[in-house]
Design a protein around this ligand. Structure first.
Ligand code: HMG
Ligand code: MG
Length: 288
């Protein structure tokens, strides 16, 4: 098969998208240790934390301490979410390697998650992207609710396409398409991707599929068929979004890597070291 040994990039988002949703506040040291363990697994990119308002997401209040205290591997890019200039400045002070802005295809979700409309969010993101690029940092973008919204229900593929295109044109190198509440089915995801692929090349799209309904792996398969080669996942299947009721459970990195390995793709991950990070989670994070 032509896709044998094709490289698929797994973007580890557990320390951010996973831990942000944990109810009990997790100690900074434990977060740092988790990132350190993940740094050995072979990921090119790890999303470490987010520089958001601590009133909105208390679990990420120690973003500066976490990012400043990890032991960095030269092979890993350490990323953080930065919704506005305040977050960007703090991330820069902590020597972030890559930043991400996060918008949505749903007006209600945008309001609930970042307290502004989609249009306002784009206006707020523009200076962050500009400043990131001036600081020579790669800038990633997310679009949430690409297969449905917890507040609005169905989301049109055209709405996803429109926001994704604007984020790419702003200067983001990749747009990660988030099925925030895991409503996606292979059919919904394919339809959505076909719309986005009209304006973005496959190599600038990532799939970020929550596994709420246990369909995330099928959604990855549908995306592979359309040429997508980057997927987000979380160690131990941690996570969710505090502003998306029912968004529990990112796609587990282990399940994703196993499926890709079985299909003959190259992920570059050391499964034993991944297991060590998972063991650490189950011994140290209460909900595991
Ligand atoms: P706001 O209240 O409109 O902001 O929140 P504001 O500018 O009016 O400021 C209000 C207060 O927040 C001020 O403090 C600011 O200083 C402070 P006060 O004067 O009241 O003491 N503040 C900040 N503090 C620290 N860091 C900052 C920051 N900005 C303002 N960066 C804001 C707007 C965007 C800040 C807020 O809504 C927020 O933090 N939202 C983040 C929500 C969030 O993190 N959600 C989860 C991540 S998204 C997700 O999980 C989906 C994803 O995984 C993809 C998918 O699955 O679909 C990415
Ligand atoms: Mg997410």
């Amino acid at each position: 098969m032509s896709n044998k040994q094709q490289k698929i990039t797994i973007y580890e988002v557990g320390p951010r998208d996973g831990l942000q949703n944990e109810k009990e506040i997790i100690g900074t040291e434990q977060k740092v240790e988790l990132v350190n363990l993940l740094s050995d697994v072979g990921f090119e990119k790890i999303e470490v934390t987010s520089f958001v308002s601590p009133k909105w997401v208390p679990q990420m209040a120690d973003a500066t301490e976490v990012l400043s205290n990890i032991s960095r591997s030269a092979n890993v890019t350490y990323a953080a979410l930065t919704p506005n200039m305040k977050g960007f400045e703090k991330a820069l002070d902590s020597n972030v390697d890559e930043i991400a802005i996060f918008g949505a295809a749903s007006e209600s979700f945008s309001q609930k998650n970042i307290n502004c409309s989609i249009q306002e969010s784009l206006e707020r993101f523009a200076p962050v992207v500009k400043a990131g690029r001036e600081a020579n940092l790669p800038v990633r973008a997310y679009v949430s609710c690409v297969a449905g919204c917890p507040y609005e229900g169905d989301i049109a593929p055209e709405a996803v396409k429109k926001v994704a295109e604007q984020l790419l044109n702003m200067g983001c190198y990749e747009v990660s398409l988030g099925d925030t509440i895991g409503k996606g089915t292979p059919e919904l995801i394919s339809n959505m991707l076909e719309a986005v692929l009209k304006v973005l090349p496959a190599n600038q799209i990532a799939g970020h599929y929550h596994d709420t309904n246990g369909r995330a792996l099928e959604n990855v398969e549908a995306s592979l068929d359309l040429g997508i080669t980057t997927f987000d996942s979380a160690v131990g299947g941690l996570g969710g979004c505090p502003y998306a009721p029912g968004a529990k459970g990112n796609l587990s990195t282990n399940s994703l890597a196993k499926m890709l390995n079985e299909k003959g793709y190259e992920t570059g991950l050391d499964m034993e070291k991944l297991q060590k990070a998972e063991d650490y989670l189950s011994q140290n994070i209460a909900s595991r």
